[in-house]
Design a protein around this ligand. Structure first.
Ligand code: B4P
Length: 187
């Protein structure tokens, strides 16, 4: 299974990944987690990424791509059960880069799972979480950036016939059941 989790920041992608990994045995790459690890370790890459993350902006393409390219190739070829991308791609340039990498290794995506959640619910969730980049101003900017750069991917993947939408509100278990209903079809 080769899938992408798509949705606004705070739509619950990260929350559902453990259950997906446990059920389907896929490997995962979460760009937000990788970036936060670089920041915490104080690497040069992390120092470059931090101001963008604190402002709720996308980290520049070269940083993200450099970070995931090798990981993605390894991931896509070493685990026969497949992979799940969380937080990547985030804009059209990243989506096209992902298509190219996967075409080169002949591992096309099976589907893109879109988490549909309205923005007021997201603001409530993220203010409750309290991560360093979860203050209201940064959250609102992340949603603006999402609307402008990431939301066009809904149409991009819909036109490719890959998009499957899951309602992302309700309990974590209810959402998990909706996800299983979609992913069991391709497992
Ligand atoms: P991410 O790490 O990807 O974003 P996130 O806010 O953690 O989103 P996620 O959807 O995973 O939310 P979660 O499950 O945790 O990105 C952070 C930053 O990294 C970006 O702003 C950007 O700067 C940078 N970045 C990352 N990838 C990049 C890329 N490819 N290119 C450039 N820059 C990139 O859920 C959020 C909260 O909701 C949690 O508190 C959770 O407990 C709660 N929640 C989840 N499900 C719920 C439910 N059903 N009901 C109630 N609460 C729920």
């Amino acid at each position: 299974m080769r899938i992408v989790l798509l949705g606004a920041p705070g739509s619950g992608k990260g929350t559902q990944t453990d259950a997906i990994i446990a059920r389907y045995g896929v490997s995962t790459v979460a760009t937000g987690d990788l970036l936060r690890a670089e920041v915490a370790a104080g690497t040069e890459l992390g120092q470059r990424a931090k101001p963008y993350m604190d402002a709720g902006e996308l980290v520049p393409f070269d940083i993200v791509l450099g970070m995931i390219e090798n990981g993605l190739k390894t991931l896509a070829t070493t685990n026969p059960k497949g992979f799940m991308m969380d937080g990547f791609p985030r804009d059209l340039a990243q989506a096209e880069a992902l298509d190219q990498i996967l075409a080169k290794i002949n591992q096309p995506l099976d589907l893109v799972l879109f988490f549909e959640v309205d923005y007021e619910e997201i603001v409530k969730r993220l203010l409750g979480r309290g991560r360093a980049d979860d203050n209201e101003e940064t959250i609102r900017n992340r949603l603006r950036v999402y609307e402008e750069k990431t939301a066009p991917l809904i149409d991009y993947y819909n036109r490719k016939g890959l998009l499957r939408t899951v309602k992302g509100t309700g309990t974590i278990e209810e959402i998990g059941a909706r996800i299983r209903a979609v992913l069991d079809e391709i497992a």
